[in-house]
Design a binder for this molecule. Structure first.
Ligand code: HEM
Length: 417
């Protein structure tokens, strides 16, 4: 269609890796359109961003996920056979498994658990010259995730497991060694989780009822059958891996505290802490885009969407859309005190309704863990932030402050009670 801007490059896959989080935004600005067509991964693709585009993207009559996720991402980040690539009734049924594990009570429990794990670190940190927060966070989260999920984890292998979970996430935006490290970690972690599932089913490992390990091991599909071992393993890792990944947001959270000192003084109420955490999730880059496949031909905003075509939604760009967010490129937690975001304009973890669509079921967990960590950083310890490189690339996906956020001279804060 003539009205829709066409990016003429032969193939944009390389540009995607060279421009990272700004790939879609750069073209949206160039063409002055929230929608454009481009060739990506050898395929004719529609790229879009913004609240209205997100609404369209989550219409399950028009889009499906099966066949939309590249094999390289399934074989690293997501795992093969997981909820991410299901559609329709099968998706909704599998999704209810996740949502049943993530009740407000369990979310609160995770917040309390992570705070206790952080406090366990203080004594050791007081002896250390400095610590790298990202490194500490992924270990703390690995311990937290496994304990909550009912998964046994020896202290001696915590660092190794945490590294493996991180490399699954690190693999999605990488080509070469970083990608292959993630693929090897995927094989290993699925085997490990698979043996836990079998042990629980055989009675060789005691899993408490109500823990994710138990719930996933005995979940039945629509035909009333247990998931095959591999699929159950993938879903168990779909709970553990993203909890460890919250380390990325925690590192950005500490950076925000450091760079926006004025916000620090306004963190006394629960609403203020929540607003701060929401702004961390909006402002800093993590999940860049999502892909879906057109289910049937239709036209939207003069663009002809063709059955089978790939469509990419810009998560980062939607969270930074000036039309929705005044001064989008400034860190301003108070915006969340003034206005509730919609299901489609604030989409760091996907948009729409998590019950019927693919929106992340772990947003409550993420917010509780970030709030508990904020409480820890502000009220439980004092620390210095030595000179370091905290800049982060918007090309590398996923990204992180270069230093991982170094803290020194850490001491337990004297209780003010
Ligand atoms: C889906 C981001 C934390 C479990 C997603 C999606 C995104 C996302 C972008 C895709 C939404 C879509 O396809 O429409 C994040 C980020 C997190 C996070 C940035 C913070 C680190 C979590 C947590 C859990 C979790 C803590 C569980 C413990 C899942 C699952 C899906 C998902 C199972 C697939 C849902 C489906 O396909 O229906 N997440 N997530 N995530 N997330 Fe998260």
């Amino acid at each position: 269609n003539n009205e829709v801007p066409q990016d003429k490059s032969l193939d944009n896959s390389l540009s995607l890796y060279q421009e990272g989080y700004h790939f879609i935004q750069n073209r949206v600005e160039k063409y002055q359109s929230d929608l454009f067509e481009a060739r990506l991964l050898g395929k004719h693709t529609v790229c879009m961003r913004g609240e209205e585009a997100a609404k369209l993207f989550y219409n399950t009559e028009l889009f499906q996920r099966e066949g939309a996720i590249p094999k390289r991402i399934q074989k690293s980040l997501f795992g093969v056979g997981g909820v991410q690539a299901l559609d329709g009734k099968e998706h909704d049924h599998r999704k209810s498994l996740f949502l049943s594990m993530m009740t407000p009570l369990e979310e609160k429990k995770l917040g309390e658990l992570v705070l206790a794990k952080w406090e366990d670190c203080i004594e050791q940190w007081e002896q250390a010259e400095h610590i790298v927060l990202f490194e500490e966070a992924r270990k703390v989260l690995c311990r937290t995730a496994c304990e909550w999920a009912g998964v046994p984890l020896e202290e001696a292998i915590v660092a190794e497991r945490a590294d493996e979970f991180t490399s699954l996430v690190d693999a999605f935006g990488a080509i070469g060694p970083r990608h292959w490290k993630g693929r090897r970690a995927r094989t290993k972690l699925d085997e490990w989780a698979g043996s836990l599932i079998e042990d629980v089913r055989n009675g060789n490992l005691d899993a408490k009822e109500g823990t994710p390990l138990h719930t996933i091991a005995f979940h039945k599909d629509l035909k009333g059958e247990l998931l095959d071992t591999h699929t159950a393993a993938v879903e168990l890792n779909n709970v553990l891996r993203p909890i460890v990944a919250i380390a990325v947001f925690i590192t950005f959270e500490a950076l925000a505290l450091h760079e926006h000192l004025q916000s620090r003084t306004r963190l006394t109420t629960d609403q203020e802490r929540e607003a701060f955490v929401q702004e961390v999730r909006r402002y800093y880059p993590f999940g860049p885009f999502l892909g879906a496949k057109v289910r049937k031909d239709f036209t939207w905003r003069e663009c002809d969407f063709k059955k089978g075509q790939l469509v990419i939604l810009d998560l980062y760009g939607t969270n930074h859309d000036e039309k929705q967010w005044g001064e989008a490129d400034q860190f301003k937690p108070d915006r969340f005190l003034k206005e509730e975001p919609s299901l489609y304009n604030f989409i760091p973890q996907g948009g729409g309704d998590p019950m019927t669509g693919h929106r992340c079921p772990g947003e409550g967990i993420t917010v509780e863990i970030l709030k508990a960590t904020l409480d820890f950083l502000v009220n439980k310890i004092e620390y210095d932030v030595p000179k370091q490189d905290v800049s982060f690339s918007l090309v590398k996906m996923p990204t992180l402050p270069a230093s991982g956020f170094i803290m020194s001279h850490i001491r337990r804060k004297k209780s003010t009670l």
